[in-house]
Ligand binder design. Sequence first.
Ligand code: CP
Ligand code: NVA
Length: 303
Amino acid sequence: MKHLLKLLDLSTEEIIDILNLADQLKYEQKHGIPHNILKGMTLGMIFQKASTRTRVSFETGMYQLGGNALFLSSKELQIGRGEPVQDTARVLSRYLNGIMIRTFEQAEVENLAEFGTIPVINGLTDFCHPCQVLADLQTIREYKNKFEGLNFCYIGDGNNMANSLTVGCLKVGMNVTLACPEGYYPDKQILDFTKDYANFKLVNNPVEAAANADVLYTDVWASMGQEGEAEQRKLAFKGYQINDEVMASAKSDAIVMHCLPAHREEEITAKVFEQHAKEIFDEAENRLHAQKAVMVRLMAPEK
Ligand code: CP
Ligand code: NVA
């Protein structure tokens, strides 16, 4: 593994290896065992969209690994004034040991990786959010102690989260059901990928999708960059919500997950959110551990 651009690029073995390392790093951090694996290294973090979790977990994670992280707002970089990504990649490769980028187009991330000579990590694009899903998988395994045969249900927009969750959950052996309204299905590349999986279903009815679910997941109706469509989306997604009715359809010990930020009473009720806050914030914490594992594998592959 040279980069983390999208989960489609990773084998099941690579995903499991990252999760195992994430568990180990989490244990070490909780027990005060130092792991200065990336001592003297620097990660550049390019942000073209807002972030709380991604920024803070990468920055803290890099610090805990003995390295440094630089926050690079794309507004203040020359990239924001039109310097080509190909040149930015070649310049940053001379200073840094790795780049994390959050942006709109997946092609920009792929270009950065192609033209740079250092590992590139996708911190969210319109197409996918692989770092989030690695943390999600770590969380699911913590709660359920396995992946094989679990029923995973996602309710809402067929967006970057739905794309990455579908790939990640299928690759580790879960049964995946999505409930999305027509016109808001996952990306075609993802639907093509699912053709090899008989345990994937895409339906329109959230209650039907949640039947017997072990894990329920949702995300916002309007993602970053779609603020102008918010009103239209509120109509399209009405009923695509994790609420008491959906919970009653799932298994009684189902866990509820959300990548955050959440919009209460839109994609999830405040009641269900608070009843499952433990899982949701464990999930947020695991961003730190899973990303530390990704950085170690990419930036110090020999360790
Ligand atoms: N879940 C997630 O990526 O959060 P941020 O947008 O706050 O980074
Ligand atoms: N789908 C959301 C995820 C945020 C972490 C967005 O892209 O805004």
